[in-house]
Design a protein around this ligand. Structure first.
Ligand SMILES: Cc1cc2nc3c(=O)[nH]c(=O)nc-3n(C[C@H](O)[C@H](O)[C@H](O)COP(=O)(O)OP(=O)(O)OC[C@H]3O[C@@H](n4cnc5c(N)ncnc54)[C@H](O)[C@@H]3O)c2cc1C
Length: 376
């Protein structure tokens, strides 16, 4: 690991060491090309990649045919394989999606059809007896069960990507914020803020998360025309103390607009429950947890976990979704695009990487690696 870089050339430069940039770095590091990874913070995964539910999704919700559906399904399999091989802590807990009332029950049936179209294996309705045996405190008229949903230690995952990539010879530079990128018609010249350093690179991968649209705009992409402008959607979590003895992840039936997956119960690897995230569009990212949301949380959770007292809920943390769609707008897919068509050959933009980005990381990295190989 180095803190400064010389002004010389790389084949591929990756901006952003979140789970996506790191997965891409590892994937490309095997090619023998000179790869540089730039991150503005003093360590990896300090933004969205460490502020999420750490759920390995199965691919239930996403529009069939979308990258979200395909990467999630494939990413789920690849993540479990990688975790097993590398000893990364994870648990295949399974998830219940619960419906209360006829409208939600209808939503569940539609969800099951969508999951089946997406190739999600093993998804099925639970009988009442099974529901009671599996989660006695959960109230539900009906419940879908997804056996391949699980949880993961995302920090250990990211660390393993970085260590592998570095072992394969990439250069990683932290405290290195990209302040400007200039395309000279052949190569990209990347400036690192406050250092006077410049790097020239044949290929540039923009995995800058919440800043990815601004970065693309700075390079010269018309982000409004391309539909790349991000909207920031905050998701807050409350933890429950004492923790209700849940054994599975429990999600409410999703709202029709699918802005989030509903205030659900996730478990960490120690078995403690956390509830969230809710959905709040904000003008700019901030990580302040608003205690006044407790009542709204309690009301939502009470529908499926009526025994949880309001006093058991404590503010926990929040994350910001980099969404391409605004409130009430139809769900948009990930942007994974090589920008020759916009006049920027060798620029690969990864924009709008909201959930299931963590689950999708290895599958997406393979797609990006394919784009890189095609560009050389
Ligand atoms: C509340 C919430 C819950 C979620 N839950 C799940 C879940 O359970 N399962 C799941 O699969 N997905 C989940 N996700 C989605 C997942 O967290 C993201 O898709 C994933 O973390 C995105 O990773 P990333 O690397 O693209 O972005 P980031 O983690 O944001 O990384 C981008 C990096 O780029 C760096 N950067 C930005 N600009 C510059 C610059 N100019 N120069 C250098 N570096 C720069 C940043 O510092 C940052 O480290 C959730 C997201 C949220 C917000």
């Amino acid at each position: 690991m180095v803190e400064t870089i010389r002004m010389d050339g790389f084949d591929v430069t990756i901006i952003g060491a979140g789970v996506i940039g790191l997965a891409v770095a590892e994937e490309i590091s095997r090619s023998g090309r000179r790869v540089l990874l730039l991150e503005k913070h003093d360590g990896f995964g300090k933004e969205t990649s460490s502020r999420n539910s750490e759920v390995i999704h199965a691919g239930i919700y996403y529009p069939p045919g979308s990258m979200k559906a395909a990467f999630c399904r494939e990413g789920n399999r690849l993540l479990y394989e990688t975790c097993q091989r590398r000893g990364i802590p994870h648990r295949r807990l399974g998830k219940m999606i619960v419906a209360n009332g006829p409208a939600e029950a209808e939503d569940l049936s539609a969800l099951k059809r969508c999951a089946e179209e997406n190739g999600v294996e093993g998804i099925r309705f639970l009988s009442r007896v099974e529901m009671k045996e599996m989660e006695p405190d959960v109230r539900a008229d009906e419940a879908l069960f997804s056996p391949s949903t699980g949880i993961i230690d995302s920090h250990r995952l990211m660390r393993s990507f970085l260590l592998e990539a570095e072992a394969n010879g990439i250069t990683s530079a932290f405290r290195s914020e990209v302040s400007n990128v200039h395309f000279d018609g052949m190569r990209y010249i990347v400036e690192i803020a406050g250092t006077g350093y410049r790097v020239s690179t044949s290929l540039l991968i923009n995995s800058a998360g919440l800043c990815s649209d601004a970065l693309a705009a700075g390079i010269g992409i018309d982000i409004d025309r391309a539909g790349y402008r991000l909207k920031f959607c905050k998701g807050t979590y409350f933890r429950a103390v004492p923790s209700p003895g849940l054994k599975h992840l429990v999600y409410p039936a999703p709202t029709a607009r699918r802005e989030g997956l509903g205030i659900h119960a996730t478990l960490d690897l120690a078995g403690a429950a956390r509830f969230g995230p809710d959905v709040e569009y904000v003008k700019k990212p901030d990580y302040v947890v608003d205690d006044s949301r407790r009542d709204a949380f309690h009301e939502s959770i009470s529908r499926y976990l009526p025994s949880l007292p309001r006093e058991a809920l404590f503010p926990d943390m929040c994350g910001i979704r980099p969404k391409l769609q605004g409130p009430g707008e139809p769900v948009r897919d990930f942007v994974v695009c090589e920008e020759s068509g916009s006049g920027f050959p060798g620029l690969i933009n990864l924009i709008g990487i909201e959930s299931p980005g963590l689950t999708s990381c290895i599958a997406m990295a393979r797609r990006v690696s394919g784009l890189v190989s095609a560009a050389f």
